[in-house]
Design a protein around this ligand. Structure first.
Ligand code: MLT
Length: 410
């Protein structure tokens, strides 16, 4: 059998697997030394007890004749879809119908899978630096051509750097699909209503689909900033939105997310006839998924109940506090830092002209601390470095001190 050469030809390993491999090798060479992890954006605080109880209760229910659930609806149980619409959209003045929300096991899964609806030669644009999943999924589908000198031949990259204030400039070329993530992973940048409105208007003019990843929106500290792209008029005709319980409710190991595919979003068939993405996504799901388990969806529903809301808010506040600790330490060093205020990520320019990978090696060796080199997120990430605020308070304080000591010594 001949294999998919687009997967075989992918450069190196997946970013976070590559980092985990390097850290494991380092730990094997330095047994017993505590390494502080600020690399992958994985949460560390335990589940809210209220949410965990709903999870357990649903599992117990499954062990009774009346409470047993077999295959659920592939797009999610109505009770969870209702809770999502009420808690995350109606509360911000956005109206969605039940059949526009699809529950899944992760925003990673959804942002990687949506490209299956695009034509094989669709033109893709991403902000740069970018969460690698959007790029890798399109590359594996053969849509990006070859990879040379760190760039994909057919990918349009929109630089978001310290120099342009992390606001992407829209391209002149035709683009079929544009991936956006705000609050941004990896830079921690946010867009104002006005900035997002300009992009939505551009997409409407050009016939471009926006895939909006809002996985980090619970970290937005300023209520006047857009939490959902559907706060922008017209977005329900140009955008799908992915969101997740992973970072909001500590579900990275539980797995639950959703994607909104409004019925007004259309694509074109080769003959020019328009077709609803919502219908296509439902069709695809019916063939490829049996949905998310009942206990997981009951746990997710519990995050919207008052006690669940209070408990998950405490976790988010704790991570925000960590971000504040890191921000203060980095600012104290006079570094050029972005993020941390509305996102669990801090993005800095590596000091002394180092590359991100040089800083990675330096901090791992000298401070026993893991971050993520900016190069892993795309060409505009060169010479930058990402830290996450998802550690414990104790590790964050130790880590901030170690970074200060290590960088002062440079
Ligand atoms: C990250 O570190 O960028 C995220 O944890 C990756 C993810 O959410 O899959």
């Amino acid at each position: 059998m001949y294999i998919n050469n687009h997967i075989a030809g992918m450069p190196a390993g997946y970013l976070f697997s590559e980092i985990a491999k390097r850290v494991k090798a380092f730990e094997a060479r330095h047994p017993g030394e505590k390494v502080i992890r600020m690399g992958i954006g994985d949460v560390t605080r335990p589940l809210s007890p209220f949410v965990a109880e709903a999870f357990a209760q649903a599992a117990r229910e499954m062990a009774t004749p009346d409470g047993f659930h077999g295959y659920g609806p592939e797009g999610g149980y109505p009770f969870l879809i209702e809770a999502i619409i009420k808690g995350d959209y109606a509360s911000r003045g956005i109206s969605l119908s039940h059949d526009e929300v699809f529950v899944s096991d992760g925003a990673k899964t959804d942002t990687a899978a949506i490209q299956e609806l695009f034509s094989p030669d669709a033109v893709i644009a991403v902000t740069d630096p970018v969460y690698p999943v959007y790029v890798d999924a399109n590359a594996m589908a053969g849509r990006l051509g070859s990879h040379q000198n760190g760039r994909w031949e057919r990918l349009i990259t929109l630089p978001c750097t310290h120099e342009n204030g992390f606001v992407p400039e829209m391209p002149k070329e035709r683009v079929d699909a544009l991936y956006l993530c705000y609050p941004n992973n990896p830079t921690g940048a946010v867009l104002t209503h006005e900035e997002l409105r300009r992009i939505v208007d551009w997409a409407g003019d050009k016939g471009t689909l926006i895939i909006y990843d809002a996985a980090y929106r619970a970290f937005i500290a300023d209520d006047s900033l857009p939490h959902s792209i559907y706060e922008i008029p017209g977005a329900n005709e140009v955008a799908v939105e992915c969101c997740s319980f992973s970072k909001t409710a500590g579900f990275t190991g539980v797995r639950c997310a959703w994607m909104v595919v409004p019925k007004g979003v259309k694509g074109l068939l080769p003959a020019g006839e328009s077709v609803s993405l919502n219908a296509l996504w439902r069709r695809r799901l019916a063939s490829k998924s049996n949905g998310v388990s009942y206990p997981v969806q009951k746990a997710a529903e519990a995050t919207y109940l008052p006690q669940g809301q209070r408990e998950i808010a405490e976790n988010i506040a704790a991570y925000r506090h960590n971000a504040g600790i890191l921000l203060e330490a980095l600012n104290g060093l006079g570094l050029d830092v972005q993020g941390g205020a509305h996102a669990p990520y801090l993005w800095l320019k590596a000091p002394g002209g180092m590359t991100g990978w040089e800083l990675f090696d330096y901090l791992l060796g000298r401070a026993r601390l893991v971050g993520t080199p900016g190069e892993g997120f795309g060409p505009s990430g060169a010479g930058c470095f990402r830290l996450t605020a998802f550690g414990s308070r104790e590790d964050t304080i130790i880590g901030a001190q170690r970074i200060q000591d290590a960088l002062k010594a440079l």
